[in-house]
Design a protein around this ligand. Structure first.
Ligand code: GRF
Length: 194
């Protein structure tokens, strides 16, 4: 069965581009199309990438004083209207309330080996700086189901890589990202096969 993705973004959109590329490559064994892109921030690179791939994209910013649930309801109204069956948080930096009909169908990718270096405020370069400061010798990425707690849901797939003594946060982020590009599509393939 072919799947329809809603991809939620806040930033540069390299994962979005990777998923869009795979979904148009018959040799990629990736049976999905992207039905909708939602960004909570206007003007981000992910929206440019969505436009380049001809993907439908919406900007849905939070409103001052709005609850997580009220924002989440607006997000999932769009997702249902787009007929998406799987929701990917690909660098989406806003807390997302998930309605019952989408429980177990929202997937996040995080750039560390969870449960280490996760949780509120632990994202992007901060993760890699914390990994280096702690002296870790391995790190990696985690694809997991999203529940109501940051970076907490059941793990679908992890990939790891070495940390080198001379690494900068940027060098480490780049090495981890190579693993992320493989981890997210592979986790989705396995998730859909379950
Ligand atoms: C990735 O490192 C991902 O693990 C994290 O946010 C980053 C998204 O990058 N959740 P991009 O916006 O896809 O380029």
């Amino acid at each position: 069965m072919s799947h329809r993705l809603a991809v939620l973004v806040s930033g540069t959109g390299r994962h979005l581009e990777n998923l869009a590329t795979l979904s148009t490559d018959p040799a990629a064994d990736f049976d999905a199309e992207i039905g909708l892109v939602i960004s909570n921030r206007p003007g981000v690179g992910a929206l440019d990438r969505a436009a380049r791939f001809g993907l439908r994209a919406e900007v849905l910013q939070g409103v001052e004083g709005e609850s997580d649930e009220a924002y989440g309801r607006r997000v999932f109204d769009l997702i249902r209207a787009a007929d998406a069956d799987t929701v990917i948080l690909a660098g989406f930096l806003k807390k997302l309330w998930i309605p019952e009909d989408f429980a177990g169908r929202v997937i996040n990718i995080h750039p560390s080996l969870l449960p280490a270096f996760g949780g509120k405020g632990c994202y992007g370069a901060r993760v890699h700086r914390a990994v280096l400061a702690r002296g870790c010798q391995v790190t990696g990425c985690t694809v997991h189901l999203v529940d109501e707690v940051y970076d907490n849901g059941p793990i679908l797939l992890q990939r790891w890589c070495a940390v080198h003594p001379e690494d900068t946060p940027e060098a480490l982020a780049a090495r981890v990202f190579e693993e992320e590009l493989l981890a997210l599509p592979e986790a989705l393939r396995r998730f859909w096969r379950r």
